[in-house]
Design a binder for this molecule. Structure first.
Ligand code: NAD
Ligand code: MG
Length: 384
């Protein structure tokens, strides 16, 4: 039996993870579950899975959570320091599934325990970069990617020497606007942007998929996870989202991982690694799907992946700045304060301000993140 902590249990990845746990009750024991503000959902999950402890990020909701858990014997805490304490509890596997840089400190705390961290929270790795990968090495932590592309690459690299890699190709669905004319993009609404054609996900990553910033962040994530060099990483648009990524070796062999567009597949791969576990996903019926297509990304309509590549090349604080500006811009777009194409424009503007010096520890990453957020609000003339 594996003990499991889920940071971000009330979200889309949290729900997919707990669905697998529900179907494999004998294989997992829940240590900690966290959520941000949805007390009802968090309390229900805590009771269902008999969690040892639950944490609500928004501390103001803690009395409500305690009331909802009265008589259950489950410990309830709240606020950012409590998230970190929960992540420090011994658990065989911690699923890092908080959205955005809000997940950085708890994810780092889990990494510092030296066990296994299954990473969905790509923003944390993009922002902290070498600070995180150094902590992974220093504490002997096993970092397993849940992001479907990186999970695919991880599987395709198994047993191979990365020195033989010619290309790592990240596939991208292209998002809901992949066939839209440039002129129409400026008028895209939040409702249109979150309606992803293939995947059901949280609002922030859905908007990132629409701008292609999701692929940009994933490019940076891949650069950290699979150090083959920026020139060996590329992106291919694959509208069917069946091939989740591929690795081509110097002998001309290309290995790909295929599967349904269901996050339970990569999550199961991480939860059971190095073994395999059952998922309820339908077997892949390629005859039914019939056609798999691929095309090059269009960085004129979708410049986000260019910005990400430039951030990798610039190094230092660039990726953290890009991520922070994007988080602020996506929130501003979702609340109707800016238009769709202004999201990536804001990121480019903030990067053009010039970069703070390279962060060397978690506190410095957080400082860079905060500064870039302030600049993003300034660039968009938002009220702070
Ligand atoms: P979501 O919005 O559905 O859920 C986010 C979770 O984080 C929730 O539990 C929420 O309560 C919690 N949270 C939000 N703000 C918080 C804060 N300030 N403090 C503490 N907790 C907070 O998001 P999601 O789609 O599940 O995505 C989670 C992460 O996984 C993201 O980094 C995303 O990029 C990544 N990811 C998601 C998918 C997917 O299919 N959903 C696929 C690949 C990667
Ligand atoms: Mg992905």
């Amino acid at each position: 039996m594996r003990s499991l902590t889920i940071l971000g249990a009330t979200g889309s990845i949290g729900a997919s993870t707990l669905d697998l746990v529900r179907r494999n009750r004998d294989a997992f024991r829940i240590v900690a579950l966290t959520g941000h503000s949805n007390v009802v959902a968090l309390a229900a999950l805590a009771r269902e899975f008999a969690a040892e402890i639950v944490v609500i990020g928004d501390e103001a909701r803690l009395p409500e959570l305690r009331e909802a858990l009265a008589g259950s014997g489950i410990v309830a805490t709240g606020g950012a320091p409590a998230l970190i304490e929960a992540a420090q509890r011994p658990a065989d596997v911690t699923v890092a599934a908080i959205v955005g840089c809000a997940g950085l400190a708890p994810t780092m705390a889990a990494i510092e325990q030296g066990r296994t961290v299954a990473l969905a929270n790509k923003e944390a790795l993009v922002s902290a970069g070498a600070v995180m990968t150094r902590a992974v090495a220093q504490h002997g932590t096993t970092l397993l990617p849940i992001d479907s592309e990186h999970n695919a690459i991880f599987q395709c690299l198994a047993g191979n020497d990365p020195a033989h890699v010619r290309w790592i190709t990240l596939t991208a669905s292209g998002g809901p606007f992949r066939d839209w004319e440039f002129g129409r993009l400026a008028k895209a609404t939040p409702a249109e942007a979150v309606r992803h054609p293939n995947w059901s996900m949280g609002a922030k990553i859905s908007v990132d998929s629409a701008t292609m910033m999701n692929k940009g962040l994933e490019f940076i994530e891949a650069w950290h996870l699979f150090p083959v060099g920026v020139e060996r990483l590329r992106i291919l648009v694959h509208p069917q989202s069946i091939v989740h990524s591929m690795v081509e070796y110097r002998d001309g062999s290309t290995l790909a991982q295929l599967g349904p567009s269901d996050m339970r597949v990569p999550i199961a791969s991480a939860l059971a690694w190095p073994a395999r576990m059952e998922t309820p996903c339908e077997p892949l019926d390629l005859a039914e799907i019939g056609t798999l297509t691929f095309r090059r990304p269009d960085e004129v309509r979708f410049p986000a992946t260019r910005l990400a590549r430039e951030a990798v090349v610039a190094g230092g604080a660039a990726a953290a700045v890009l991520n922070a500006a994007n988080e602020i811009a996506v929130a501003a777009f979702l609340s109707g304060q800016i238009g769709f194409t202004q999201i990536v424009q804001c990121c480019e503007d903030v990067l053009a301000y010039g970069l703070p010096s390279s962060p060397q520890c978690l506190e410095e990453v957080v400082a860079v993140d905060l500064e870039a957020r302030a600049r993003a609000r300034e660039a968009m003339e938002l009220v702070p």
